[in-house]
Design a protein around this ligand. Sequence first.
Ligand code: CDP
Length: 228
Amino acid sequence: MKLPDIIIAIDGCSSTGKSTFAKLLAKELGLVYLDSGALYRAVTLFAQEEHLISRMNIIRPELEGALRSLPLRFSADNRTFIGDRCVEREIRTLEVSAQVSPIAALPYVRNFVDEKLHEFGRQGNVVMDGRDIGTTVFPDAQVKIFMTASEQVRAQRRYDELVAKGENPVMEDVVENLRQRDYIDSHRETSPLRQAADAYVLDNSDMTLSEEIAWVKGLLRGKYTIYD
Ligand code: CDP
């Protein structure tokens, strides 16, 4: 499928399957995939390792200055790096998930990540997923998708994902983490999670990944002249 230069913004709650969908969509359409959540997770890992956040989620003001020299980047195969160190595994743990939303609510953290996203997405032809891509980061994105799924489906997905990575999660902790993050993400003052007025809603509770891809291709065919 060949498309004109576009940005596809995919937003939604935790564990709605955004990144799996966005990654495959980017591959099928020949676009670059950018995972904004990975940057918030990497900032959180950095804050934890530098002891700039306490167990009670008290964040030290030094984090703001420390970010100036934080070299975040993605490799061509979508892995997240701090400098030369690949942190892909470390940023996906429940420990990072437990503290990422308070960190992501800080306006200076959001500015820092937004700058990176604009830098990485400057050339267009990207699929970017997160919470505020269609509302704040790229409000002019040509295609906006808001993903939803039932809480039960989302929790099971996250649980299976953690087990597959060799972790030993407790289902109640996983559910609690999803609820807490969704609450903080949608109630924060700066760029809260919400559906853009011009977003298409994709509820994938009962859909397979290939059905999701077929759905979005149908949507793109309706919008653009497409050459397969
Ligand atoms: O994988 P999952 O959907 O659970 O989360 P993620 O996309 O990796 O994002 C992790 C966290 O980063 C979210 O819970 C938000 O607190 C924050 N985030 C955000 O505030 N804005 C974004 N555009 C992306 C993520």
